[in-house]
Design a protein around this ligand. Structure first.
Ligand SMILES: [Zn+2]
Length: 501
């Protein structure tokens, strides 16, 4: 804990650190992370802790590793993109999962949300229909139990199957279970392109009718025709706040997004799970239907708004040679069209390939960064430039998000002040989480701390060369112990799974 602040020059101390000319802040809180899958394989949380992140909020976009029902265990396992050693899915309760996760320790603290997709799979598998009354009750009970077990709220991923199969009423019903125990609702909303504003309104409706705070995840307007819509989405958030609904958002400081390659497919292509998808794509008639849907200029069709030259393959398990290349170029080299190349790659990689989409607008990003109720969330994971987590060309946000906001957007572009930038990484997410003893520098608060050089702090990870740690983050302390000292990882694992106050 922080036991005193101020002029302590006359105090005796076991260790003294000279940080003259540097900035001392609370540890950064990554409001939107997917590290629940990666920390199992790298407890040192390399790419995050080296940015100054001391707490990660995981279980986002509708997908968490628990709770699991034995009946649908294989569906959940098949859906997981990355199943590290130790992740057995043998956890009927959220408590069992948290216990297993926490047993080996981590470098940073972790806050867990429950994914609606995971709850839905546990209750009804990959069925593309509304739940029966019994199934809905099951989801609500699992949600309530998870809150008892240490979860902080509910997340949805409404562009991803099976989350996309849910209507708003279902989400409100499950959200109410979380609300009863003071949980909040984080949403990867139903559309981030042409239907952005409707999707923000839906998230707000869940907050209003579910009676809980809303976090709009990674706010963006995807695709050139939709650029300029982020300020309008933020106006909807302001209006909801004026109405008394606690709505906020998070953003990452890049103009490219990243997700699984299979997200290009219509959601019905995933009905029944990954094996069913592969079977469908092996049937020529079904495959032609999928193909037509991928190419159709519908509102949320990714391809029609982005263009194949703006789709980069970032990770493949087999075709390593394709990583870092654009789909337009891959198709040309193979002598087929881009839709065919994409579908073939989804099949060859059994749905586990990733892409980066260059589809966002810099002015939209600046508007989000400058908005008082938008905080920082990487949407990335704790990676490392070595071992299995060092593969591929993942989105640089996993390595650069926080230093990029401090360096590029606060110091260089002056989109926001340094103090405001720090607040969006500390006090603001702490307020969202209801964390009273973190995210602030105050006597009695937990000693999660960062020392950085404001003149030098900068991200170094790029789309071409993403596995690079940032500059300027000198010391990182978690729960009173050094994890980064003079820029080097100490190997210490003082982080804990945090439970709600
Ligand atoms: Zn998401």
């Amino acid at each position: 804990m922080i036991s005193a602040l101020g002029d302590l020059s006359r105090e005796r101390a076991g260790t003294t650190l000279n940080a003259t000319g540097k900035v001392l802040t609370p540890g950064f809180i990554d409001m939107h992370s997917h590290s629940d899958w990666r920390l199992w394989a790298n407890r040192r949380a390399e790419s995050k802790i080296r940015q100054g992140v001391t707490t990660e909020v995981v279980g986002n976009c509708g997908f968490s590793p628990a709770p699991v029902s034995p009946e649908f265990r294989d569906d959940l396992r098949g859906f997981a993109l990355y199943v590290p050693k130790g992740m057995t899915f043998e956890w009927p309760s959220f408590r069992d999962y948290l216990h297993a996760f926490d047993a080996d320790g981590t470098a940073l603290n972790v806050v867990h949300l429950v994914g609606h997709g995971t709850l839905r799979i546990a209750a009804m598998g990959f069925a593309r229909r509304p739940p029966t009354a019994g199934e809905l009750t099951r989801m609500q009970r699992l949600m309530a139990d998870a809150m008892d077990d240490g979860a902080w709220g509910l997340s949805t991923g409404l562009i991803y199957a099976p989350g996309s199969y849910a209507q708003t009423d279902e989400i409100i019903a499950v959200a109410r279970s979380a609300a009863r125990q003071r949980g909040f609702y984080a949403s990867h909303i139903r559309g981030e392109g042409a239907t952005l504003l409707d999707a923000v309104s839906e998230a707000i409706r869940v907050g209003r009718e579910g009676e809980l705070p809303v976090q709009v995840s990674h706010v963006k307007a995807a695709g050139r025709p939709n650029w300029g819509n982020v300020p309008r989405a933020l106006e909807l958030i302001d209006a909801a706040r004026a109405e008394g609904i606690d709505v906020r958002a998070d953003v990452y400081p890049y103009t490219a997004s990243s997700t699984t390659l299979r997200t290009l497919l219509p959601d019905w292509a995933l009905e029944g799970g990954i094996d069913a998808m592969l079977k469908r794509l092996a049937d020529p008639t079904e495959r032609a239907r999928v193909r037509a849907a991928v190419e159709s200029p519908s509102a949320e069709s990714i391809v029609s708004r982005v263009g194949w030259e703006n789709v980069m393959i970032s990770y493949c398990a087999k075709r390593k040679d394709l990583e870092g290349r654009r789909l337009s170029e891959i198709a040309r080299a193979q002598g087929i069209d881009a839709v065919e190349a994409a579908i073939q790659l989804i099949v060859d990689e059994a749905g586990k390939a990733y892409m980066i989409l260059f589809q966002l607008d810099e002015a939209d990003l600046r508007a989000a960064l400058a908005h008082p109720h938008v905080m920082i969330g990487s949407d990335g994971s704790s990676l490392a430039p070595y071992g299995p987590l060092g593969e591929g060309k993942p989105h640089p946000r996993s390595y650069g998000t926080f230093p990029r906001v401090l360096g590029e957007y606060a110091r260089e572009q002056r989109t926001l002040s340094l103090a405001t930038a720090v607040h969006k990484m500390t006090g603001l997410p702490a307020a969202r989480l209801g964390l009273r003893d973190r995210g602030v520098l105050r006597t009695g608060a937990r000693a999660d701390l960062v020392v950085f050089d404001a003149r030098r702090v900068a991200d170094r990870a790029t789309y071409e060369d993403p596995h690079r740690y940032p500059d300027g983050i000198e010391h990182v302390i978690v729960n009173g112990r050094f994890v980064i000292k003079h820029g080097e990882h100490t190997g210490s694992l003082p982080g804990r799974v945090l439970t709600p106050p």
